[in-house]
Design a protein around this ligand. Structure first.
Ligand code: FAD
Ligand code: 2HG
Ligand code: ZN
Length: 448
């Protein structure tokens, strides 16, 4: 996002876990701040230095360690790029349980560190379920070998879970063991064009009921998000006729075992939707071949890139009730308008998109430039809205540098205190005292 900038002089790119261990031990003894960096695609400023920290890049740790085609268990270095792993397991008829727009650059270690959600969570669940084991280097250089490939292991606390989503604040992930599901025999997708956001919820219920086991994604983009994706060349635009009167769009993907069966189910769904007395959709555009399948996905996956091309993005990745998605986007726009900030030289667009099935809305505000008055208008306004729904101020992107001050909107005091205790238990010096130094340059004040 080009929003955060530090003044580091050093990037280290270790090739082995032993080297990571030596680096962390050396830095820990000298109280040198370290920023673990994966593919640097994170959206909350967690992977970039903000002061003069040492950058520890995992990009040279990029080997697959083992793959068992029978169980589908993959063990890989943390620096392997997600797309590379996807390509690696594909000939064995497996897929990665996680997929996201940044797949060409993000690393599996970064995905695990952020507990990234993405486009397949609806079907395959979160990384808390699919990651079987981790190898982690603790701040003092200790290597924690939890790289098991066991499906079951109830021997005490499940310590690896602590590092999933810890964003590098507790240690550096160097290896990941992950369960890869069998590749679906058939995948289809369709973009449904909706006249009103009100229809999204009943549509989701209908689609779930009718597609049941073959439904693998249900993603939402509003009209502004669609227009920006098209403007910046993400995917192929639908025809003018198809998008006439469209307030928003839903991308539905199916993944199943038999093409004819899945196609029949999807076609029947479309027919039922279009022929209903009060149709929930204006129309549906079904992909007819692999190129169209990718092109429809690009309209959804490409929104982040389109937003960055359009201007300077303010990003809010929130969990709120599905029924409030539109209200949150519209109210934010009106709030900015009431402050006189909705014009070409300030905020150009307010848009919403996201993972309906996960209750996760991406609220993006695109500005001409980053301005303090926009920032002040957005925060704490948005966090208070989220808090009023008992939602989350970071559904899937993490806390990073950007959201540290907002943690208390989603976590109560007791939870923050417990996080602090856990952190202190890991960051002890040889006298048993918690060290006042952290592996990542900026930890929420509340848990320092
Ligand atoms: P980085 O950005 O390098 O790092 C992210 C954080 O993890 C930092 O705090 C860093 O210090 C830490 N870290 C990185 N590697 C390690 C390691 N080996 N050990 C310990 N800590 C580490 N996120 C979603 O959840 N769902 C999405 O659908 C999604 N889509 C995206 C689409 C685009 C186009 C982009 C640009 C981003 C998207 N993201 C999404 C954000 C997401 O968090 C990242 O893309 C990804 O998970 C981060 O991986 P990375 O390797 O780039 O990590
Ligand atoms: C997505 O779902 C990502 O496309 C990115 O999580 C969201 O850029 C964003 O705000
Ligand atoms: Zn997302």
């Amino acid at each position: 996002m080009g929003r955060f900038r530090g003044s580091s002089t050093t990037v280290l790119k270790p090739k082995t876990t032993k080297q990571v261990s030596e680096i962390l031990k050396w830095c820990n003894e000298r109280r040198i701040g370290v920023v673990p960096q994966g593919g640097n695609t994170g959206l909350v400023g967690g992977s970039v230095p903000v002061k003069d920290e040492l950058v520890l890049s995992l990009s040279n740790m990029n080997q697959v360690r083992e793959f068992d085609p029978v169980s589908g268990i993959l063990v890989a270095d943390a620096g392997c790029i997600l797309q590379t792993l996807t390509d690696y397991v594909a000939p064995h008829n497996h897929i990665m349980p996680i997929d996201l727009g940044a797949k060409g650059s993000c690393q599996i270690g970064g995905n695990v560190a952020t507990n990234a959600g993405g486009l397949r969570l609806l079907r395959y669940g979160s990384l808390h379920g699919t990651v079987l084991g981790l190898e982690v280097v603790l701040p003092d250089g200790t290597v924690l070998d939890q790289l098991t490939t066991l499906r079951k292991d109830n021997t005490g606390y499940d310590i690896k879970q602590l590092f999933i989503g810890a964003e590098g604040t507790l240690g550096v992930i160097t290896g990941v063991s992950i369960l890869t599901p069998p590749a679906p025999q058939a995948s289809n997708n369709v973009i449904l064009v909706l006249p009103s956001f009100q229809n999204v919820l009943p549509l989701y219920q209908t689609v779930k009921r009718q597609l049941s086991e073959i439904l693998s994604a249900f993603e939402f983009i509003d009209r502004t998000a669609y227009d920006l994706a098209v403007k910046h060349g993400q995917g192929r635009a639908l025809s003018d006729e198809d998008i006439e009167g469209a307030e928003c769009f839903v991308l539905v993907e199916t993944s199943g075992g038999k093409r004819e069966h899945d196609e029949e189910k999807l076609n029947t769904l479309l027919e039922n939707l279009l022929e209903a007395e009060n149709p929930l959709i204006n129309t549906g555009v079904l992909s007819q071949n692999p190129a169209q399948f990718s092109s429809l996905w690009a309209l959804r996956e490409g929104v982040t890139e389109a937003v960055s091309k359009e201007g300077k993005p303010y990003k809010y990745d929130i969990s709120v009730p599905l029924s409030s998605f539109k209200e949150v986007v519209d109210n934010t726009r009106e709030h900015l308008r009431s402050k006189g900030l909705l014009h070409d030289k300030a905020v150009k667009h307010v848009l919403g998109y996201g993972h309906v099935g996960d209750g996760n809305l991406h609220l993006n505000i695109v500005a001409d430039s980053y301005l303090p008055e926009i920032q002040d208008a957005l925060e704490p306004y948005i966090y208070e809205v989220v808090s009023s729904y008992r939602g989350s101020v970071s559904a899937e992107h993490g806390i990073g540098y950007q959201k540290t001050h907002a943690l208390h909107y989603s976590k109560d005091e007791a939870s923050i205190a417990l996080m602090k205790k856990i952190k202190n238990a890991i960051f002890q010096d040889e006298n048993g005292l918690p060290v006042k130094f952290f592996i990542q340059k900026d930890i929420p004040q509340e848990i320092q």
